[in-house]
Design a protein around this ligand. Structure first.
Ligand code: SF4
Length: 522
């Protein structure tokens, strides 16, 4: 058992629903208890789809358990088939149905339905949503795609875009347009927008573009083995990654990598003098591994931030995340426990958090600016406007999104210069956010407690703080500390305490503060 308040991912059958809802002409029959239809709302409310997901639930009740739940499944599957006449059907179990072991796959086979039926194996107690989506898509491709002669013109499949994917809709549009500029046509984009019939002709593409490893890697690897189709390894989020992706596609196809970059504004925006104050800002990243790895590259190489922490919640992609964290010189955090994430953020004292909906809440509590880079997300991150993350327009969108929550350069200067001002004081926050003043991270007792807890269990590479009570700030030193701009004050405070603890100094004076500063500047 594990006490859980927030989960980053749903159960694997939600992943299966994401694949089914992304496609057309496909129907999913889920053996599930009454009440599981709550998952419909993810699609109709958060993603604002204008139709119910193509999912039939058996919705068994407690009174059904003494009877024929297998019969219930068969009649639900039959009526779904009769009503929707799908080109193919998926059948599987939710967590509770897994326990009663009715075997939807075996049952469906005995029914003689006049369409391919794909049985799903979704281990609900050991795996999660992304795994469910990846497995479902792989099972469909394995069942439906056939080896075929290549198309005459150079074509590719786009793999991994699903329903409820963070910006999948616009990423697909952006990458389709980018490939068109290179002379590559999209054969099938799947699962998003594809029918089962479309899947049967995936084998005719020259190669595959793996947009999201979390939800498409199983199928990409299968098609590489079964049809000899290479797949792209670079996810084109960020300018550097997009150019690398273009070179990768050019390498596979022999086409020119010289792509028109009109419309790409991010590099100049980052280079312009107004962005100078962004240099070295401390950023903490958390989310799914793909978005975190790509975001860390943008942060460090394209905007000039310093990555002070990064992690992901999906352990399937832990290996590439660990490799990326090593490049940025930080300890990787692989965890789906948001309390651990919160403690790590508090200990790293970043000036910006790039994360999921959960990190938005954490950021709010700690009084740290935040932008969303990854699912899980709420309704505001399924925007009406065009907002890709991939390609050149994606880079423009990312620059605006990340910079927006930060206090602007001039304002930051004013906040430091006129600390006593009625308007530009430390706790005022960014003026364009209109909210009331917020407590800063270093002032929060909850944060201090969290940071102390992390320090107690932290490996040597995680920043540690002196356990509270070991050192005392003398009034002069405390006043001096307040002269340090608020966005770096947390780090200065922690470093000084660590320095004092290391030297056995119980009372921190102004001198200790400056000695610590000199020590860490070396
Ligand atoms: S079957 Fe799974 S998803 Fe459905 S209510 Fe039970 S625990 Fe939740």
């Amino acid at each position: 058992m594990k006490l859980t308040l927030w989960t980053y991912e749903g159960p694997p059958h939600v992943g299966a629903m994401r694949v089914a809802t992304a496609m057309k002409g496909l129907h999913l029959v889920l053996h599930a208890p009454q009440g599981d239809t709550y998952a419909d709302l993810l699609f109709t409310m958060i993603e604002r789809r204008d139709h119910r997901p193509p999912v039939t639930f058996t919705t068994f009740r407690a009174s059904d358990l003494g009877g024929d739940t297998a019969g219930l499944f068969k009649s639900a599957a039959q009526s779904a088939y009769d009503r929707f006449q799908p080109q193919a059907m998926l059948v599987g179990s939710s967590c509770t149905a897994e326990l009663i072991q009715d075997d939807p796959g075996g049952l469906a086979k005995t029914m003689g339905l006049d369409c391919p039926v794909v049985a799903l194996d979704l281990p609900s107690y050991s795996r999660k949503e992304n795994f469910g989506a990846d497995e479902t898509f792989l099972a469909l491709v394995r069942a439906l795609a056939k080896p075929m002669a290549r198309t005459e013109a150079i074509t590719c499949n786009l793999l991994g875009a699903t329903a409820l994917g963070f910006r999948h809709r616009d990423d697909v549009a952006e990458i389709t347009a980018l490939l068109a500029k290179m002379g590559v046509t999209v054969n099938v984009c799947a699962p998003l927008g594809a029918t089962p019939d479309d899947l049967t002709r995936m084998g005719q593409a020259h190669f595959n573009v793996l947009l999201y490893p979390e939800t498409g890697e199983g199928a990409a690897r299968y098609m590489e083995r079964a049809f000899g189709q290479p797949f792209t390894k670079c996810v084109p989020i960020g300018v550097g990654a997009t150019r690398e992706f273009i070179r990768e596609v050019a390498g596979i196809t022999g086409l020119s990598a010289d792509v028109d970059e009109t419309g790409l504004r991010q590099p100049w925006w980052s280079a312009s003098v107004d962005s100078t104050y962004l240099t070295g800002k401390r950023v903490f990243l958390f989310g799914d591994a793909t978005h975190v790895i790509t975001a860390a590259r943008i942060a460090a190489e394209e905007i000039g931030f310093t990555v002070v922490g990064m992690g992901c919640y999906n352990r399937e992609q832990a290996r590439p995340l660990r490799a990326a964290a090593a490049k940025h010189g930080v300890e990787p955090l692989i965890s789906d426990d948001y309390l651990e994430v919160e403690a790590a953020i508090a200990a790293a004292a970043p000036e910006l958090i790039l994360g999921t909906q959960m990190e938005r809440h954490i950021a709010k509590r700690l009084g740290i600016p935040c932008a969303v880079i990854s699912a899980p997300v709420h309704v505001q991150d399924f925007p009406a406007r065009y907002s890709p993350q991939m390609g050149f327009e994606g880079a423009n969108v990312i620059f605006d999104t990340w910079i927006h929550p930060l206090v602007m350069g001039l304002e930051e200067h004013l906040l430091t210069m006129f600390r006593e001002d009625f308007e530009f004081h430390d706790a005022a926050g960014a003026s364009h956010h209109g909210g009331k003043a917020i407590a800063r991270v270093e002032d929060s007792p909850a944060v201090a407690a969290l940071a102390a807890a992390v320090a107690a269990s932290a490996p040597a590479t995680v920043p540690v703080v002196a356990p509270s009570g070991e050192v005392r700030w003398l009034p002069d030193a405390e006043r001096e500390l307040k002269k340090i701009p608020f966005f770096v004050r947390g780090v200065a405070k922690r470093n000084t305490e660590r320095f004092a603890a290391g030297k056995g100094i119980a009372d921190i004076s102004v001198d200790t503060l400056y000695e610590a500063k000199a020590h860490y500047a070396r």
